[in-house]
Design a protein around this ligand. Structure first.
Ligand SMILES: Cc1cc2nc3c(=O)[nH]c(=O)nc-3n(C[C@H](O)[C@H](O)[C@H](O)COP(=O)(O)OP(=O)(O)OC[C@H]3O[C@@H](n4cnc5c(N)ncnc54)[C@H](O)[C@@H]3O)c2cc1C
Ligand code: SF4
Length: 485
């Protein structure tokens, strides 16, 4: 195991993301050593640290002289290439073993794809339910339906969320504090804050976090999974993604714990199904897409977007209240929930026309749960529609009114989500109509965009020019202050 600087610098990683990965590695090393297993481990501060996975592997092999290399499937195409090339250079056989922390394999996904013109998560998810028997009875979905979206996805209304049970914090222990110190020293210019670091970094901590979520937040997970509220980063979300991605938790045990809550009547079916869908459905589906379409996937840019990422994505300094909150929370905690990622930070970049590769690099850098197999299809495909519809059946575009409906952000914003043009027009709303105008010909082929385009058709030409010029002014301001990163 090697802590190498290159893994934290190939994108400009959030300090909390680096600490979480390295602390989990050190705790895992210590747990293995306690079991009497020999671990060859290179710490970041070691003067002999070669700085890259390739160099560390070369150096270790030169004195261990193994007969072959055995690895579990890595989470990134780039790392798989490094391992392949290094093994080839060393003249060693490389055996890649399936990653047991997933419920479907790359081959399963390829079989699912075979003969299909169009991929849809829903069909993949139903297959996964049938294959695994999760939430199934006598071959039929429990409750008689595959999803309960009609009961889920509500907003809090004006009264707000009230008191939401806080997730259990895991204050840094001595091992984590040592990592914090070395990360502060080595990556001092990297984005993010370490003052509030309280992520689970060991398997027992992750199990504790799972039990806490199931007991206290799962029952209302579905109802409020799309809602946002000022000063409430977690709401009813599990914050278990990083623990699963780091393999501190097996997704099977997470799914089993949710099913048990249903059996014991501790959580309603709509919440349990909504939660399990994210893991058995989306999580497995995006991994399938990643490995099936890489390496060309990362280059896709179906909407030909070219702008740089606004500099304020790295600081949170913007007058747009929703973005300011989502960005500052991200920099503070390395966390934002799905709708903040998709319908605030992602939506703005999409509407503005930011190059998808710049958006991808930002998402891979700033979230503690970011690993490329899950981050890339979510960013490039679901959020930016840059894969032209592999991941999502239509671009996730909306005006500021969506954010107004799902949060309290607009109530204290200097912009008005209902205004398309003029001094206090909401930039999301202006750019939403401009997006439809810019992409109208291409979107006409997509029947799921019919309603939005019908509304667009009502705009007369004078109104269209006003929208275009206001959107042009927003973009000019961005070009006048280009990103330094
Ligand atoms: C632009 C963008 C980038 C994203 N980048 C990442 C990333 O780097 N790493 C990551 O783990 N997730 C990513 N996601 C998916 C999702 O936003 C996070 O998994 C979730 O917000 C993590 O918080 P949570 O654990 O509280 O999730 P919850 O809301 O409690 O959901 C439960 C679990 O379901 C899984 N899940 C939910 N949605 C997705 C999804 N769309 N794809 C895959 N798994 C999902 C996660 O494992 C999560 O822990 C991204 C989404 C978007 C729109
Ligand atoms: S008015 Fe627009 S910019 Fe302001 S919070 Fe609402 S959606 Fe965001």
């Amino acid at each position: 195991m090697a802590e190498v600087a290159e893994e934290s610098t190939h994108v400009w990683s959030h300090q909390a993301r680096i600490v979480l990965f390295l602390s989990a590695m050190r705790h895992f090393r210590d747990a293995l050593c306690e079991r009497g297993i020999t671990v060859h481990y290179r710490e970041l501060g070691d003067p002999n640290n070669a700085g890259s996975l390739r160099k560390e592997l070369m150096a270790t092999v030169s004195w261990l002289c193994p007969q072959r290399l055995i690895v579990a499937e890595p989470g990134e195409w780039r790392v798989a290439q490094i391992l392949n090339e290094t093994a080839r250079a060393l003249g060693l056989e490389l055996e890649v073993r399936p990653d047991r922390h997933f419920l479907s394999s790359r081959e399963d996904f390829a079989r699912h794809m075979a003969g299909r013109k169009q991929l849809r998560m829903e069909f993949f998810y139903r297959e996964m339910r049938q294959r695994s028997g999760v939430l199934m009875q006598d071959g039929e979905p429990i409750g008689g339906a595959w999803n309960f979206d009609a009961e889920n996805r509500q907003s809090f209304g004006q009264s707000g969320p009230g008191s939401v049970p806080r997730p259990i914090p895991f204050p840094p222990d001595a091992t984590t504090l040592a990592v914090v110190e070395v990360v502060r020293r080595t990556f001092s210019k990297h984005p993010g804050n370490l003052d509030k670091f309280d992520w689970p970094v060991t398997r027992p901590e992750a199990q504790h976090a799972l039990a806490d979520f199931i007991a206290n937040r799962l029952p209302l997970f579905g109802v409020y999974e799309d809602a946002m509220w000022t000063g409430e980063p977690w709401l009813y979300h599990s914050r278990l993604s990083a623990a699963m991605n780091l393999k501190l938790l097996n997704p099977r045990e997470v799914i089993a714990a949710a099913q048990k809550a249903l059996q014991k009547r501790k959580a309603p079916l709509a919440a349990v199904e909504g939660f399990i869908r994210q893991i058995l459905g989306w999580r497995e589906y995006v991994r399938g897409i990643y490995w099936h379409f890489m390496p060309e996937y990362v280059e896709r840019n179906a909407l030909a977007a070219t702008l740089p990422l606004p500099q304020f994505y790295w600081t949170g300094d913007t007058e747009m209240n929703c973005l300011r909150h989502a960005l500052r929370q991200t920099l503070d905690l390395g966390y934002a929930h799905h709708i903040q990622r998709l319908m605030v930070t992602g939506l703005y970049a999409l509407l503005l026309g930011v190059k998808p590769q710049a958006v991808h690099e930002w998402y891979l850098a700033v979230y503690v749960d970011a690993v490329e197999w899950v981050e890339l299809p979510n960013t490039l495909g679901m959020s930016q529609f840059a894969d032209g519809g592999v991941m999502a059946s239509k671009p996730y575009v909306a005006s500021g009114k969506y954010i107004q409906r799902m949060s309290d952000y607009c109530a204290s914003c200097r912009f008005d989500p209902a205004k398309v043009t003029g001094e206090n027009a909401c930039p999301f709303t202006t750019l939403y109509w401009d997006f439809l105008l810019r992409h109208e010909p291409g979107l006409r082929k997509n029947h799921r965009m019919a309603m939005q385009l019908k509304n667009l058709a009502r705009l007369e030409s004078g109104r269209r020019s006003q929208i275009r010029s206001q959107a042009g002014r927003i973009r000019n301001e961005l070009v006048a202050a280009p990103s330094e990163v």
